[in-house]
Write a protein of this length. Structure first.
Length: 590
């Protein structure tokens, strides 16, 4: 560790070059030789008597030589003998012991006499790059058929992979692919009564066809799924699976291990509730049942089963409703075997619990981004995520929509709202995602005031025309390409907001090295806005009178700006935002 006299601080660093958990601590001791050496230099320069100091130094060098073998030990013994040699002038002996190579030997071989260590060891978790930066695409395999009314398969989903890769996504995330329960199966739009051909909710896991380590027969076989994973990898995309620890009433565990569930006094098993909502098609697990060690091991083995089939990324459903002790245990168990595993926490809950899940080991976390829609809300939220201690443990994942959440902003803002939320999600955080249908601007709610979709894909098969008029595929492709090309968008804490004279316009600067981006977005999807933006010249390394270019990466247009105050106009029917790459003019002789 090195010492900074100006700040009176010691600091040190080390490289972490392997995925996994690293452990470190801090040790301290009195630098006896360094202190003696400093005093000797001062006395020698002042012409003072250093006879006694040389003898004191000889004792320390002899002490270091005693435990040192080979050439190093011989050199230390020679220096110690020289320090005691009265025939050699003191100045010459001092010069010999102050030589840099002798200092290095002493620092290495003189054992501390009063070493103390920090009270505990600290850990650092090193994850794969996609743990920190990735674009996710969520799709239901059963909806990938191109024939209305026909249940899709893994083969159908595999045929969609080239198009998803062309859009620029890094991860394909699948909701549960397991057999769906038939008992109390939900019908369309969450109806309590299912029609004969209703497929049910994928989150009602388990039937006579198997549980969490089986696949829904209508999707295909386990071999079909493995082929889907390999095909995704050929496009440099990873597959993420939903990990939902709940069971349908006909899940095999219900008959094999009824003790793993909550049993009512009348002997029946309690289904899930979140008043006023009821989930009659789901039984929650009792993680503190008498047989909980066996239950926990079975839940761990689900991870291990799918990892063995090429999946190392999991979106974990509602982790805040399970014990923290379980998550701490199972994440450690899995990462001990497979340190590259990534866990995404889907916890839309109280801040303390969201933060607690991140601290205990979840790699990424869903956020409140969906409900932050004004410039002030977004500024305040990003400052919390990037300027507080949260930045040390909480990797925010900005999903623009989910099968459960269709925000009012998207319901009422139309196509411009989808376009601007895409820009914000993809540039505010290096982790973002969309749920399929977002590219088609699907925005019809179940009812007024609801965030549920009408004809929700959770309860029925949805066959879409992915190139339907009004789609924003071109926007998605362009923005994902910008993310891959600009390192400024692959970091989280490098964001700084700057001012606009219009309260509907959000402005922020992101940079990495010489890569500087200015994002300017009109958050009003209904009206055009014009304003003066106050460019942070100091952060860009620009002078007050210096002119510079800004290239709009969304349109390919170049603007020449000068100074900090510059005019912009954004009409949401045309351009909802600028993503401006700042460039200095090249010298004439360059």
């Amino acid at each position: 560790m090195s010492y900074s006299r100006d700040f009176d601080r010691l600091s040190g660093s080390f490289y972490v070059d392997r995925i996994g958990t690293w452990t470190y601590t801090v040790e301290a001791w009195t630098d006896r030789f360094g202190t003696w050496r400093s005093d000797l230099e001062k006395k020698a320069k002042a012409g003072q008597d250093i006879h006694s100091d040389l003898l004191e130094g000889a004792g320390m060098v002899e002490e270091a030589a005693q435990g040192t073998r080979g050439k190093s030990g011989q050199e230390l013994a020679r220096i110690a003998k020289l320090l005691r040699d009265e025939r050699t002038p003191p100045e010459q002996r001092a010069d010999a012991v102050l030589a840099p190579d002798v200092v290095q030997l002493m620092n290495k071989h003189l054992s501390p006499s009063d070493l103390i260590a920090a009270e505990r060891e600290h850990t650092i978790t090193v994850d794969p790059p996609r743990a920190a930066c990735a674009a996710w695409y969520e799709m239901f395999p059963r909806s990938q058929s191109n024939q209305p009314g026909v249940h899709g398969t893994f083969a159908d989903a595999e045929r969609r992979l080239p198009a998803i890769a062309e859009l620029g996504f890094d991860v394909v995330y699948l909701p549960p692919i397991h057999p769906i329960g038939k008992v109390n199966r939900k019908g369309r739009n969450n109806s309590l009564v299912a029609e004969r051909n209703d497929p049910g909710s994928p989150w009602a896991i388990g039937s006579a066809d198997g549980g969490h380590t089986a696949v829904e027969p209508k999707l295909g076989t386990l071999e079909d799924f493995e082929r889907f994973v390999e095909r995704a990898k050929s496009f440099d995309m990873a597959v993420a699976l939903d990990y939902a620890l709940q069971c349908a009433p006909d899940h095999p565990w219900v008959t094999e291990h009824p003790e793993w569930f909550f049993v009512r006094p009348d002997g029946t098993i309690k289904y899930a509730e979140n008043p006023p909502k009821k989930y009659e098609d789901i039984y929650p697990l009792n993680f503190w049942c008498d047989d909980y060690p066996a239950l926990w091991e079975a839940c761990r083995d689900i991870f291990l089963f799918w990892i063995a089939r090429g999946v190392t990324m999991f979106r974990v459903d509602n982790p805040h409703t399970k014990p923290f002790a379980f998550w701490a245990w199972v994440i450690e168990e899995v990462k001990h075997r497979y340190p590259e595993t990534i866990f995404l926490s889907e916890a839309f809950t109280r801040p303390a619990r969201m933060k607690g899940l991140a601290k205990l080991g979840f790699t990424q976390s869903y956020t409140y981004f969906t409900w932050r829609n004004t410039p002030r809300e977004l500024r305040d939220y990003l400052i919390e995520l990037t300027r507080t201690e949260m930045v040390e443990y909480f990797r925010p994942h900005f999903f623009a929509n989910t099968p459960d959440i269709l925000h009012e902003y998207l319901q009422t803002g139309g196509r411009p709202a989808f376009r601007v939320r895409l820009v914000l999600a993809a540039t505010l955080s290096p982790l973002y995602g969309i749920y399929s249908g977002f590219e088609l601007c699907e925005n019809t709610p179940l009812r007024h005031g609801s965030e549920e979709y009408l004809h929700s894909e959770k309860y029925e098969v949805r066959v879409r025309d992915w190139d339907a008029p009004g789609n924003i595929n071109a926007d998605i492709t362009r923005i994902n390409r910008i993310r891959h090309e600009h390192p400024a968008l692959r970091q989280l804490a490098n964001i700084n907001f700057f001012a606009s004279d219009n309260e509907s316009v959000l402005c922020y600067h992101k940079h990495a090295g010489d890569d500087h981006l200015l994002v300017i977005a009109n958050l009003d999807p209904h009206h055009a806005h014009e304003t003066t933006v106050h460019v942070p010249l100091n952060a860009l390394g620009l002078g007050d009178e210096e002119y510079y270019y800004v290239d709009d990466l969304l349109t390919g247009t170049r603007y020449t700006w000068s100074g900090s105050r510059n005019y912009i106009r954004l009409d949401p029917q045309e351009h909802v935002a600028h993503i401006l790459h700042v460039q200095r003019p090249q010298p004439a002789n360059a």
